[in-house]
Design a binder for this molecule. Structure first.
Ligand SMILES: Cc1cc2nc3c(=O)[nH]c(=O)nc-3n(C[C@H](O)[C@H](O)[C@H](O)COP(=O)(O)OP(=O)(O)OC[C@H]3O[C@@H](n4cnc5c(N)ncnc54)[C@H](O)[C@@H]3O)c2cc1C
Length: 486
């Protein structure tokens, strides 16, 4: 069989779905090809034993006006029920001290001073708040960044505000440099706090993450943080519904095997059919794309591919447990004294379902997602899965989250599970790690070397997390439009 479509999107993660929904809005009737049985990839929800678990992402920012997800949903006229979390997070340090990451800026500085001492905290955070506000403000405004042709430059020039230029110098400065500037680089307790917080949203440490991305990551809790009743899958479901309502199509359980290019058209091979289109969007990681890309363009983006030594997979435990605690504080980072056996991971991220969310579980039952970073996803794992599950459980008991006898159901996913769930090479997840020698304008932009193919998702600019991949979807469609494909 050979079918022809106006546009095709590979992957129904939030990057691909964003691009597909915008294409649908513009009448491009996209066909979305997704290898899994549900859409959403690393940010979705799935049922298991009467409970709804999160596949990966649990924290959500981006619903505030001016942010990419808000812009997208507004443009598509989609509304989602969302509960604003305040405070959004608590961090439990290795010495047992608990720090509440208040959303209010002043309240947070007072809390940081209480824990880490007064020296340098206020000016450090005031600078970071300014940088973070800048990053969020400009990321939605300059959709043609990084520029790769004259049209992009023209589009950027039209929106350029000279007051934004001085901020660019912070792309040449690391978060560690800012710590040094305020006399905080020797405050080892605070440096570890920053490193662990950066790991969850920038996949690297203070010495590597530039000050712009570092500020956005460290001030994540000062953005509106939201919880979606029913789980993160609500987002991918709403986008999928929109796409089909606008005449698009989503084919699940359909893996793309290869892409070929002939006379301006692309032929996409799946197990059952060959599909032809003049306009193709890829929402899968660059490393995966390169392996199926027979267009002749792959050589030109080889330098942007990731080395597995720089990437992470995740060990994640999903637990349903009885609880009469009604706490609205849902997200916790626990810093441990030593790494978990067989891993280099010495911190856990714990997210609970909202106590009023009776979609994910019955009243009196909470669903927890607990994850840790696993380095070197390409190497043979050294930990014992069952032992590690028990060690995680012990840590949660120690911190007072639950008792062993409260557990109703528990299961875990590791690198192999991620490979199976998302197809991501080596089971790596978490996206584009930040490096000081890769400036924002040196990241791979949305244009594939072959005309008519656009890239989005968490391995291309701007990468990382739901806000990043949604923005990457907006950027890819904006560039295709500038190039005259839409
Ligand atoms: C444990 C964990 C916790 C996280 N926590 C957060 C968080 O709290 N907040 C946050 O904002 N972000 C978080 N993230 C990151 C965030 O979930 C991801 O960065 C984001 O969802 C990635 O979206 P994507 O569209 O780029 O890729 P993916 O979600 O990987 O989507 C790609 C899709 O393409 C499909 N696919 C792959 N190959 C093919 C093929 N050959 N043919 C067809 N389909 C294919 C996959 O099945 C998948 O559905 C977390 C991630 C993980 C793993």
């Amino acid at each position: 069989m050979n079918n022809t479509y106006h546009s095709v999107v590979i992957g129904a993660g939030l990057g691909g779905l964003t691009a597909a929904a915008l294409l649908a809005k513009k009448g491009m009737k996209p066909l979305v090809l997704e290898r899994n049985w549900i859409p959403g990839g690393c940010a979705t929800s799935y049922p298991r034993k009467h409970f709804i678990f999160e596949s990966g992402a649990t924290t959500l920012v981006g619903l505030d006006p001016g942010m990419a997800l808000h812009t997208l949903l507004e443009e598509l006229n989609i509304s989602v029920e969302a509960i604003k979390l305040d405070p959004p997070m608590q961090v439990i340090l290795a010495d047992g001290e608990k720090i509440t990451r208040y959303a209010d800026k002043n309240e947070w500085i007072i809390e940081a001073e209480r824990i880490f001492g007064k020296k340098g905290q206020r000016p450090f955070w005031n600078l970071l708040f300014r940088l973070s506000d800048f990053v969020w403000r400009v990321s939605g405004k300059y959709l043609h960044f990084p520029p790769t042709n004259v049209n992009d430059l023209w589009a950027l020039a039209k929106k350029m505000d000279v007051r934004d230029i001085p901020y660019l110098r912070y792309a040449f400065v690391t978060t560690e440099d800012i710590l040094r500037k305020y006399g905080l680089a020797d405050n080892s307790r605070f440096v570890r706090f920053c490193n662990e917080q950066l790991l969850i949203s920038a996949q690297n440490h203070v010495s590597q993450v530039n000050a712009l991305f570092g500020a956005a990551a460290l001030c994540y809790t000062q953005c509106g943080n939201y919880y979606l009743p029913g789980g993160m899958g609500v987002l991918s479901d709403k986008l999928s519904e929109y796409i089909t309502q606008q005449g698009g199509e989503i084919k699940l359980r359909t893996e793309v095997l290869s892409i070929q290019h002939k006379k301006g058209d692309f032929t996409i091979q799946t197990r059952d059919e060959n599909i032809t289109t003049p306009l193709l969007f890829s929402g899968i990681p660059l490393n995966n794309l390169a392996e199926m890309d027979q267009t002749g363009g792959a050589e030109k983006y080889r330098k942007y591919l990731f080395n597995p030594e720089n990437l992470y997979s995740a060990f994640q435990v999903g637990i349903a447990f009885t609880s009469d605690k009604k706490t609205n504080l849902l997200h916790y980072q626990i810093h441990c004294e030593k790494p978990f056996k067989g891993t280099e991971a010495d911190s856990l991220f714990v997210s609970l379902s909202h106590p009023d969310d009776t979609i994910r579980s019955n009243e009196g039952v909470r669903v927890a997602s607990v994850s840790m970073h696993i380095r070197n996803p390409h190497l043979k794992l050294e930990y014992n899965k069952e032992e590690l599950e028990q060690d995680v459980l012990k840590e949660l008991e120690k911190q007072g989250f639950l008792k062993k006898e409260d557990v109703l159901y528990m299961h875990s996913s590791q690198q192999k599970s991620w490979e199976k769930w998302t197809g991501r090479k080596w089971g790596f997840v978490g996206g584009y790690p930040q490096f000081k020698n890769i400036k924002p304008w040196q990241m791979k932009d949305a244009r594939h070397p072959v005309k008519g193919i656009y890239l989005c998702g968490d391995t291309v600019y701007p990468g990382q997390g739901i806000p990043g991949v949604v923005l990457s979807g907006l950027v890819s469609v904006a560039k295709a439009e500038t190039d005259g494909y839409i």
